[in-house]
Design a protein around this ligand. Structure first.
Ligand SMILES: [Mn+2]
Length: 271
């Protein structure tokens, strides 16, 4: 069983990404409707009766005030039931409630152009989408970054939060070894979570993000690394930072629509 949680939260950064969460939620419903209507046997048959969609709203003050607690409750329920959790979030911060429910024995493989532990001289120490990895209420899961292009943080600072990071230049020059290492880490972890901030991808493949950085992962390299991580006991995946207002000819929507269907199939076929 898979539960898709649409979590359109985009306060404290990347306003506009809540629309992305909702759009991907619509894409999931369209996939399920199409499957329902199909009369010939098809691969998507595994989705029949096996995917639930739960959409939250943050339109009122009480809903906004409760965002983190309510997010944690929803994530906890799904994980506890042993269901696959696909978290379609707004900004990257919106993944925090799900990550907080994973516990210290889960390995989070985070695809992100940024290492969200920033404390610039001019940024707030309050929780934001740029520093939320420093703000866990619960024991933090183990974090591995793939695809960052950060040129600011020192190794020491990075090491305080991340087990290991595979920057984009490492993936570009030695992608096969990075895939091997990720496969090994995923295989030996008790539980794995995949966290995609869409800006991990190269802007040519994914223009629909608020903070694009060049030299990102190509979509095929991302797919190869996703495959490597999938050998592990993957409990779920979060997809965030998709801003349809910045999309170009729906390139981002097409990529993510395909990816969501691929993930739903893989999760369902696993049984
Ligand atoms: Mn990012």
């Amino acid at each position: 069983m898979t539960t898709v949680v649409v979590f359109p939260f985009d306060l404290f950064g990347s306003a506009g990404t809540s629309a992305g969460a909702k759009l991907l939620g619509d894409a999931v419903r369209e996939i399920l409707d199409d499957t329902e209507r199909e009369t010939r046997p098809c691969r998507a048959d595994v989705l029949r009766g096996n995917v639930k969609v739960k959409e939250l709203a943050f339109d009122t003050m009480p809903q906004v005030a409760d965002w983190r607690k309510c997010g944690r409750q929803v994530a906890k329920q799904v994980l506890k039931a042993g269901e696959f959790l696909l978290w379609l979030g707004g900004n990257h911060l919106s993944a925090l409630p799900a990550l907080e429910e994973l516990g210290s024995e889960t390995l989070v493989v985070q695809f992100d152009a940024h290492l969200d532990v920033y404390a610039f001289h001019d940024t707030t120490t309050e929780l934001s989408h740029g520093n939320f990895l420093k703000h866990f209420d619960a024991p933090r899961p183990r974090l591995v970054n793939v695809g960052h292009r950060d040129l600011f943080l020192t190794e020491k600072e990075i090491g305080e939060t991340f087990d290991v990071v595979y920057p984009a230049w490492r993936v570009a020059s030695d992608g096969v070894r990075v895939a091997d290492e990720l496969r090994e880490k995923a295989r030996s972890a008790k539980r794995v979570w995949i966290d995609l901030d869409c800006d991990a991808l190269d802007p040519s493949a994914m223009p629909a993000v608020a903070e694009p950085l060049p030299f990102g992962l190509s979509s095929s390299v991302f797919l190869a690394l996703l495959e490597a991580v999938w050998v592990g006991n993957v409990a779920g995946m979060s997809i965030t930072e998709f801003d349809p207002g910045r999309d170009e000819r729906e390139a981002g929507l097409n990529l993510l629509g395909w990816l969501v269907e691929y993930v739903l199939l893989k999760a369902s076929e696993r049984g």
